[in-house]
Design a protein around this ligand. Structure first.
Ligand code: NAP
Ligand code: 8YV
Length: 326
């Protein structure tokens, strides 16, 4: 891998693994690069493998070591999204390939959504809306329900977005504690190295940490049991962080009170058993889904590639592939 640009490579070849954002990403990339894919991806890779120097990707398709090995000239993988659990960043690092993501520009948006989902779940806002539409109010009042007032919130993940969520929860006047592997030096909340101990001491868990092998099923039956019958689980992280069948059972058996889920294990397929439950609010992974924020994320995907191929290094490299190299 080399960061120097030969004069003949004025338009480096880029592989697009799927649609990202036509207006913001694809159009700008097409102005500067020879964009290959996403149609006929396999055939394109077979024909152009030795020429592809950049890759832009979003979500679904796994960018693993096997794919990287098919692209011997690959220098950079630019991921649309701050979470890059579909990109094997360790494999990229071993091969000297830079990985970039889209941090910070979505912090406030995702935090807003997390609080919206928390309120919707505790106060049953979608259920109340359905009640009015179905003519239920004519027959009698909507039943009294749970409150945010006496809750203690545990945040799992206290990074960029976790801190933006904490700021909002503080404004609601609720005590906060958190679980991460290492305590955060710049927050005053109580740190729990043990997630089960945190779940036992709070009644509301908000998940905002990366997906991938290291966090798979972190929130399992034991954690849900510790959270208890008043417990509310909000997941705006990744579906894989939660043992989905265990959560389903806890909601069905009412061993926790309710859940608000923006993310699922096999998106966009949501297990149908959730649809029958009135104690869960389901969203289609919309944490960052506004024009404003998706535009900013798309621009960062482009900026990383443009900066790299101008010889200026990546703008937002991930931790596994630091720049300048450590
Ligand atoms: P970040 O700044 O890197 O923060 C990640 C936090 O998670 C850190 O506090 C980290 O602390 C903690 N963490 C990492 N691995 C952990 C583990 N194994 N156990 C416990 N804690 C762990 O990331 P961010 O920008 O806040 O984004 C967080 C995640 O939110 C993303 O990776 C993505 O999955 C998700 N997300 C979802 C949406 C959506 O639309 N729903 C939108 C944006 C992001 P330690 O390293 O000390 O453990
Ligand atoms: C995106 C996200 O919707 O940034 C993330 O990690 O989960 C969301 O902002 C997603 O990455 C796009 O596929």
């Amino acid at each position: 891998m080399s960061s120097s640009l030969p004069a003949s490579a004025a338009r480096p070849k880029l592989l697009l693994t799927g649609a990202i954002m036509e207006g913001v990403v694809e159009r700008q990339l097409a102005e500067r690069f020879t964009v290959l894919g996403p149609d006929g991806l396999d055939a394109v890779i077979a024909a152009e493998a030795g020429e592809i120097r950049g890759l832009a990707t979003k979500g679904k398709l796994k960018v693993d070591g096997a794919l990287m090995d098919r692209l011997p000239k690959l220098e950079i993988i630019s991921n649309f999204g701050v979470g890059y659990d579909t990109v094997d960043a360790a494999a990229a690092a071993q091969r000297g390939i830079i990985v970039t993501n889209t941090p910070d520009v979505l912090n406030e948006e995702v935090a807003d959504l997390a609080l919206g989902l928390l309120l919707a779940t505790v106060r049953e806002i979608p259920q109340a809306d359905r009640f009015v539409r179905a003519g239920g109010w004519i027959k009698g009042p909507f039943p009294l329900g749970a409150t945010l007032r006496d809750r203690k919130v545990g945040i799992v993940g206290m990074g960029r977005i976790g801190k933006a969520i904490a700021k909002r929860i503080e404004a609601f006047g609720l005590p906060i504690a958190y679980h991460t592997r290492r305590p955060q030096p710049d927050v005053a909340f109580t740190h729990y190295p043990d997630l089960i101990a945190l779940a036992r001491d709070v009644d509301t868990l908000v998940l905002i940490l990366p997906g991938g092998a290291a966090t798979r099923n972190l929130v399992n039956a034991e954690v849900l049991e510790a959270l208890g019958p008043r417990g509310i689980l909000i997941n705006v992280a990744r579906g894989t962080v939660v043992d989905e069948p265990a959560l389903l059972k806890a909601l069905q058996d009412r061993t926790i009170l309710a859940a608000g889920l923006d993310v699922f294990v096999d998106e966009p397929r949501v297990p149908e058993a959730f649809f029958a439950l009135d104690n869960v609010v389901l969203l289609p992974h919309v944490g960052s889904a506004t024009h404003h924020t998706r535009n900013a994320m798309g621009q960062l995907v482009v900026d990383n590639l443009v900066s790299w191929f101008a010889g200026k290094g990546p703008v937002t490299p991930v931790g596994e592939t630091p720049w300048p190299k450590g």
